[in-house]
Design a protein around this ligand. Structure first.
Ligand SMILES: [Zn+2]
Ligand SMILES: [Zn+2]
Ligand SMILES: [Zn+2]
Length: 328
């Protein structure tokens, strides 16, 4: 994530700031400028071309600070949400902002990496939409199907997340992580076509094997012995679809964390674009950086920031995922 600055007073801002704490200016996020811009007290911003922008109508509902072209309308990110908790669902609404915040973070990263994002309102067949559902009164299964991503809003609550994480023996579980994993399923569906499937199968295996059968096997028998030398996580061993989505999520974890580190002067060996292969980015920047960040977390008594070891086989998988960026 970029390190933003206030255009009025030049003091540092953080993504999602709705007001500058230094000069008090009201702020909005412009997706087209990839910048936080000042808005007037009516929430209006006029860009360099004279185009008028307005704060998204969901500022009070979900803390959205993004700009939209229509007064009283929804921003691009909010527009991707097909279903959200009803206005009378107090628990669902309390858990809702964290999911929208993670989605906005995801959209900004995908924009930066050059992955196309098209909503189902524009392309009903190949577009993307989100159901952000509260599992208080119904069972919600997190997943992706034909461009529709479903997220369980109970995952916004740390206590719930930690309980599930421990039960499943996972080293890491976050709302942003869910979005990154599920969007991986979407982009596999959209981008891994034609001759790319051959290389995909060499790396991840044959995705046509029975999905439910493989999931049942995983939960009955656990991951295969020695999985650590070929997979980024135990979850990735379940099925090629899950291996790809897990690898994809790590690609996004790594790209975003390196960008943030370089924006704040924590890396000295260059940025992602100064390397010709993603493998070299991981070995040259991410591995030493993530070890240092883990040690900083330990200094504060926290668990490791990045509780994963990346084996050589996963470097090849990450290289494949990185190669999907800006193909068309
Ligand atoms: Zn300011
Ligand atoms: Zn919005
Ligand atoms: Zn999955």
């Amino acid at each position: 994530m970029k390190a933003f600055r206030c255009r009025v007073c030049d003091k540092p801002l953080h993504f999602e700031n709705s007001r500058c704490v230094s000069c008090g200016s009201r702020l909005g996020f412009s997706r087209s400028e990839r910048a936080i811009v000042p808005v007037d007290e009516k929430g209006r911003y006029v860009d360099a071309d004279g185009l008028e922008w307005f704060l998204c109508r969901n500022l009070t509902l979900s803390g959205c600070t993004w700009l939209t072209e229509s007064d009283g309308g929804e921003c691009f990110s909010c527009g991707l949400t097909r279903n959200r908790p009803h206005d009378d669902d107090a628990i669902g609404l309390a858990n809702y902002p964290a999911a929208e915040r993670a989605k906005r973070h995801l959209v900004v990263e995908l924009d930066g990496l050059g992955f196309p994002i098209v909503g189902k309102d524009t392309d009903p067949d190949n577009g993307l939409a989100f159901d952000l559902l509260s599992s208080v009164e119904e069972n919600v299964v997190i997943g992706h199907a034909n461009g529709l991503i479903t997220i369980d809003l109970a995952e916004s609550r740390a206590a719930h997340r930690e309980e599930v994480r421990e039960k499943l023996g996972e080293p890491y579980r976050t709302m942003l992580g869910h979005f990154r994993h599920e969007i991986g399923h979407y982009y596999e569906w959209q981008l891994v076509r034609g001759e790319l499937r051959t290389r995909y199968r060499e790396l991840f295996g044959d995705e046509s094997v029975d999905y439910q059968g493989e999931i049942d096997r995983h939960y009955a028998e656990g991951p295969p012995a020695g999985w650590e030398s070929s997979y980024i996580s135990s979850y990735a061993t379940m099925h090629p679809f899950e291996d790809f989505a897990e690898t994809w999520a790590h690609y996004l974890h790594i790209c975003d964390s390196i960008e943030t580190a370089s924006e704040y002067g924590l890396t000295t060996v260059g940025t992602i674009t100064s390397f010709t292969s993603f493998r070299d980015v991981v070995v040259g920047i991410w591995m030493p950086l993530s070890v240092a960040l883990n040690m900083i977390n330990r200094s504060m008594g926290h668990e490791d920031l990045y509780p994963f070891v990346i084996p050589t086989a996963v470097l090849d998988k990450l290289e494949f995922v990185a190669s999907l960026a800006r193909r068309d």
